[in-house]
Write a protein that binds this ligand. Structure first.
Ligand SMILES: Nc1ncnc2c1ncn2[C@@H]1O[C@H](COP(=O)(O)OP(=O)(O)OP(=O)(O)O)[C@@H](O)[C@H]1O
Ligand SMILES: O=C([O-])CC(=O)C(=O)O
Ligand SMILES: [Mn+2]
Length: 532
């Protein structure tokens, strides 16, 4: 198993990390997969994929994520959303984790967070599991060998699943811990094998660092029109709302599926790969993503498979509903080579409304867009966070509260300015329920969502007649080519109209109660856009 290139002046010893049994630097995909299989971490699947299960943790553990309360971040962290950890406790945690890892083997991956060279972060990821190294190598951006030779980490992540934290000693909540120390520039992850923690800790980091540079970090996917990055669309949305599904569109160029920045130059992906949900993955509705599940080195996490043939069962959620696959961007045929886009011409806010109240698409004024961005109404879908087993309506500000270290207004203000400067058109898209709430209705057909988005993005939808929604004040198209007009007005899809009205009134009330906390921070026009 080959070593890859590493900066000879920046080995782990140079960072004060010593006593490890063996350190593998920047191994490639094939070597990482072979090492993971040799170590019994997982098995090879059809087409040379890598199949793995992660035990108890099959989703993120947001309640176990901490920010170390150092003086430099004291005034800027949104502490109500990011539980603090004492500096001294972190130091003990760090020492204990390194002690635990002594004599063991680790993989080191030196990667970039951010496709725009002007804004990228050098991230070193040290993993106990070789397949975590493979995962993060897919997900972040891989430097050239010449860049590796001079690579100097801005931040270092250490991920050690066999380390169990001690709440008393380490100032955490359970044996699982994700601790971000902005002063030491170290992130420690322990007690969980779920791979998503790796990528989302980099996202959290960038969400903290970039606003200071005037860059808006976004929990969104992005694509652009063929040969025309000026026609860029971004799709905000909490987990499971359809960022990955809807951005993989054969008629457009994929920029990325989950995390992007919006700078004065335009949009850029933070990542170099995708992390898609595979539950119920249908080769007809999502052919591009389905195809990645038989491509070499795709990491397939927590899917049930036939032990003999390794055939995957896309419908068996007995391990988790949050089964996933991770693959490099170029596995999607029409992915952008640069992962850079223009200033968004269209901003889509995806919501998975389990109440079945919101229309499948609505046009928002900039003030309404700000209102919905700060509100972040959607549902948590089963599995992505521990303990969530059915769609759970929630308000997740910025469509990604678990990853936002700063106060929501910090992101809101930046987005508001950028929308005003660049004149983006904003839309709210419900990929959740239609014809009734969860339990009686059904999930919005992907085909319908795609047709509505296609019409919004090619500019044809705005030519249609719109109605103003009585409950929410936004504008809703009355017709769209290729979509049954009944679907466009949710009330028409409910058998019991009184039940719809009651549910809508309830939802308006929920929006209004939730929004109260933002009222002191917002402009008059956003206040005027408030509903209820
Ligand atoms: N109308 C719809 N639009 C989009 N996705 C839908 C729709 N109906 C059902 N789905 C399903 O919802 C899921 C959307 O998951 P997807 O991976 O796109 O989420 P995501 O927003 O990228 O989440 P994450 O941030 O966790 O990666 C997929 O399993 C998809 O098949
Ligand atoms: O982070 C994960 O586990 C998957 C993801 O993209 C999200 O939940 O938003
Ligand atoms: Mn995500």
């Amino acid at each position: 198993m080959d070593q890859g290139t590493v900066n000879p002046q920046m080995k782990l010893e140079d960072q004060g990390i010593t006593g490890l049994g063996y350190v593998y630097y920047n191994r490639n995909e094939a070597d990482l997969q072979a090492a993971a299989i040799a170590a019994g971490e997982g098995v090879e699947g059809q087409g040379g994929t890598f199949l793995v299960t992660t035990g108890k943790h099959t989703g993120r553990s947001p309640k176990d994520k901490f920010v170390v309360r150092t003086p430099s971040v004291e005034d800027t962290i949104w502490w109500e959303n990011n539980p603090p950890m004492d500096v001294a406790k972190f130091d003990v945690l760090y020492a204990d984790m390194l002690e635990h890892m002594k004599g063991g083997r680790v993989d080191v991956q030196d990667l970039f967070g951010g496709a725009d060279p002007a804004h990228r972060l050098d991230v070193r990821v040290i993993t106990e599991l070789s397949w975590h190294a493979l995962f993060i190598r897919h997900l972040l951006r891989r430097p050239e060998a010449s860049e590796l030779a001079t690579f100097a980490p801005d931040f270092t992540i250490i991920n050690c699943p066999t380390f169990k934290a001690d709440p008393e000693k380490h100032g955490c909540r359970s044996e699982t811990v994700i601790a971000l120390n902005f002063e030491k520039k170290v992130i420690l992850i322990g007690g969980t094998e779920y791979a998503g923690e790796n990528k989302k800790s980099v996202f959290t980091l960038l969400n903290y660092l970039l606003p200071e540079k005037g860059i808006m970090p976004m929990h969104c996917s992005a694509n652009h029109a063929p040969n025309n990055p000026v026609d860029t669309a971004v799709f905000f949305g909490l987990s499971g709302t359809g960022k990955t599904t809807l951005s993989a569109d054969p008629t457009r160029v994929l920029i990325g599926d989950d995390e992007h920045g919006w700078s004065d130059r335009g949009t850029f992906n933070f990542e170099g790969g995708c992390y898609a949900k595979t539950i119920g993955l249908d080769p007809e509705a999502e052919p591009e993503i389905y195809a990645t599940c038989s491509m070499p080195h795709t990491v397939i996490e927590n899917m049930v498979f036939d032990p003999e043939t390794k055939e995957l069962d896309f419908n068996d959620d007995s391990l988790t509903a949050n089964m996933r696959c991770a693959y490099p961007l170029n596995y999607i045929g029409n992915a952008s080579e640069t992962a850079l886009g223009g200033h968004p011409k269209n901003i889509i806010m995806l919501t998975c409304d389990a109440f079945g109240v919101l229309p499948p698409i609505s046009r928002l004024t900039p003030a309404q867009a700000m209102y919905h961005f700060l509100s972040g109404f959607t549902s948590k879908v089963a599995g992505t966070e521990r303990g969530v087993t059915e769609p759970e309506p929630t308000f997740s500000t910025c469509f990604g509260a678990p990853f936002m270290p700063r106060r929501p207004e910090a992101y809101g203000k930046l987005l508001q300015q950028k929308i005003a400067t660049h004149g983006a058109t904003c839309w709210l898209v419900n990929t959740g329920w239609t014809g009734g709430a969860y339990g009686t209705g059904s999930r919005m057909p992907i085909k319908a969502t795609r047709a509505l988005l296609a019409a919004a993005l090619d500019g044809s939808l705005v030519e249609n007649q719109f109605r103003k929604d009585a409950n929410f004040g936004f504008e809703v198209p009355m017709t769209c080519d290729g979509v049954d007009a009944t679907l466009l007005n949710p009330r028409d899809t409910w058998a019991d109209k009184d039940a719809y009205d009651a549910q809508a009134t309830k939802l308006v009330g929920m929006f209004s109660d939730n929004f109260e906390k933002y009222v002191p921070y917002i402009d008059a026009d956003v206040k005027a856009a408030a509903i209820g």
